[in-house]
Ligand binder design. Structure first.
Ligand code: TYM
Length: 346
């Protein structure tokens, strides 16, 4: 098994990133010990330049995100932790795959539509071709599994389509129906956590919790202190009804479903167990309980993060070591892709 995944270093880690992806990364890293697999996790700093950004802020955010990931449990001695910009093979492979990816495929990507909004003509080309870089990120390492939240599923399907077309077009004898000839690329499978695939905004149960939401009250950041977490949970939007005793009662109540889902994911219980405890109670009782649970679970991460982020030298060293390893793992696949395309290199 080779596990590969990435996160954009655009500001703080929030609860959606943590429950949707990072917690799974840590679990997989820990499971790999027995399974003899390998994990590579990276900061998608090249993706971050697809939107308007402040260079000094990007640099600071990248380092902070390394500290945050290590604070969450990513161990740079057991997982390869690096930033894309230090591994040129990501950009090189993106270009090679750009010959295979189709305009029609990219036109269907919902994230481009969401992020470009009404200003399609003014969006950067990088925002449009972003999913091809994402395909390169995972195909470069022959990833077998990619742990992500629900919102990345479409991008991963595209990565599989690109890999399959490339293998079909440029690997003579390869057949996707099964043959002895291996393709250049492995088709990766997404791993999406069933219980926290989509954590929603605290202000709007129909929008995902996101770094780009202008309101900080919409998300719990992993760096929020206890008072801030309690305040955000207490102010979270809800409806006036008490919590139902059964899961079915959460249908059409997106804000209530989101808070119960967060409680379940954080406590390791099922939604129905949470409702057995809190069914019939109002939010006046449930919200403080959720706030306290979040504070208890996030406090150790927060403390580690504050300590780590001050040590610039260690953060640089983690990235340098990770990049060295990533460049090594990437080389054979990049070479194979150049060869398959008939590109002559010295
Ligand atoms: P990014 O930085 O937006 O998010 C990082 C991870 O967090 C998950 N996530 C969520 N999960 C549940 N609920 C939410 N509200 C929520 N918000 C974010 C995302 O699904 C993701 O797993 N394009 C990617 C970064 C990337 C990548 C890759 C991921 C670049 N190359 C290759 C996997 C493989 C992104 O912007 O994620």
């Amino acid at each position: 098994m080779r596990i590969v995944s990435g996160i954009q270093p655009t500001g703080n880690l929030h609860l959606g990133n943590y429950l949707g992806a990072i917690r799974n990364w840590v679990r997989m890293q820990d499971a790999m010990e027995q399974d003899q697999g390998e994990c590579l996790f990276f900061l998608a700093d090249l993706h971050a330049i697809s939107m308007p950004h402040d260079p000094a802020q990007l640099c600071a955010n990248t380092l902070e995100m390394v500290a945050a990931l290590v604070a969450c449990g990513i161990d740079p001695d057991r997982s390869t932790l690096f930033n894309q910009a230090q591994v040129p093979a990501h950009s090189q492979l993106q270009w090679l795959l750009s010959g295979t990816a189709r305009m029609g495929w990219l036109n269907r990507m919902t994230q481009f539509k969401d992020k470009s909004g009404k200003n399609r003509e003014g969006a950067s080309i990088a925002l449009f071709t972003y999913p091809v870089l994402q395909a390169a990120d995972v195909l470069l390492y022959q990833a077998t599994h990619v742990p992500v939240g629900e919102d990345q599923k479409q991008h991963l399907e595209l990565a599989r389509d690109i890999a399959q077309k490339f293998n079909n077009d440029f690997c003579p004898g390869y057949s996707d129906e099964g043959s002895d000839v291996p393709g250049v690329f492995t088709l990766p499978d997404p791993i999406i956590p069933p219980d926290a695939a989509r954590i929603m905004s605290l202000r709007d149960g129909s929008a995902k919790m996101s770094k780009s939401d202008p309101s900080d009250m919409s998300r719990i950041n992993l760096t929020d202190d206890a008072d801030t977490i309690m305040k955000k949970v207490k102010k979270a939007r809800t409806d006036p009804e008490p919590l139902p005793s059964e899961e079915k009662g959460l249908e059409d109540r997106p804000e209530a479903a989101n808070l119960v889902g967060i409680y379940a994911a954080m406590s390791g219980q099922s939604v129905s167990d949470v409702l057995t405890t809190f069914g019939g109670e109002g939010f006046g009782k449930f919200k403080p309980a959720l706030g306290e649970l979040l504070v208890e679970m996030l406090a150790p991460i927060n403390a580690r993060f504050i300590e780590l982020k001050q040590d610039r030298e260690s953060l640089d060293a983690i990235l340098a070591k990770g990049a060295l390893k990533a460049r090594e793992v990437a080389r054979p696949t990049l070479d194979a892709a150049y060869n398959a395309l008939g590109l002559i290199r010295g």
